[in-house]
Design a protein. Structure first.
Length: 210
């Protein structure tokens, strides 16, 4: 499923744009995307849906069971405090999870910038359990969450990725990101060596005209 097939999600017969905070924020966002089932390349069927508050323990279980290899290019630890901080900031978050056999096996999130000078700007992060690498889940989650972001009216999605994380770099290029620059020796890896970080970005709404 490509991005252009996802961006027309509807809510109550209208668009799914949710741009301001309100007491109905979480309920409205949850209605933006009903759960969707996908079959991966290994024939396992998974369900994608937005994160719920009561997913806390399952999300913690995802990170606690991820292998050292799966977190090789991440920024661990992903502690209870980190997850609680995510859950307490739903107004600036688009959180997507993948469910398989009642477990969360993938988590993707878009973190919206809140300053008025960064309106419509956000960052993307994605985490997959090692048992679900290289079977198409990363592409499905990326395209889905970017479609939701475009529907909400976000303008630019950015991310930082270690240059040596070739699988992730290729995934981001596949869904439309371009390399905008290189931060030399910006990541200190498990191998106790410094690695370059790539700055990547994707414009969802096209260039702003003056």
């Amino acid at each position: 499923m490509r991005i252009e097939h996802i961006i027309n999600l509807k809510i109550d017969g209208g668009s799914c744009g949710i741009r301001t905070a309100s007491s109905k924020f979480i309920r409205r966002m949850m209605k933006c995307m009903e759960s969707r089932k996908f079959k991966l390349r290994n024939d396992r069927e998974v369900t994608l849906r937005l994160l719920k508050i009561d997913d806390r323990d399952r999300l913690l279980d995802l990170f606690s069971t991820m292998s050292e290899k799966a977190l090789e290019w991440g920024m661990p630890p992903y502690s209870e405090e980190t997850i609680d901080r995510w859950l307490s900031n739903f107004e600036r978050l688009i959180p997507l999870v993948t469910i398989y056999e009642n477990r969360i096996v993938g988590f993707a999130a878009i973190f919206k910038h809140m300053h008025s000078r960064e309106r419509g700007v956000a960052d993307l992060g994605i985490y997959l359990h090692q048992d679900f690498h290289k079977i198409g889940l990363g592409t499905i989650m990326s395209e889905t969450i970017l479609g939701i972001a475009k529907n909400q009216g976000l303008h630019r999605i950015g991310l930082h990725v270690v240059e040596d994380n070739v699988v992730a770099v290729n995934l981001y290029k596949k869904v439309g990101f371009v390399i905008e620059g290189t931060m030399r020796d910006a990541y200190f890896g498990q191998d106790e060596k410094y690695h370059n970080m790539l700055v990547m970005g994707l414009l969802l709404q096209g260039k702003t005209t003056r």
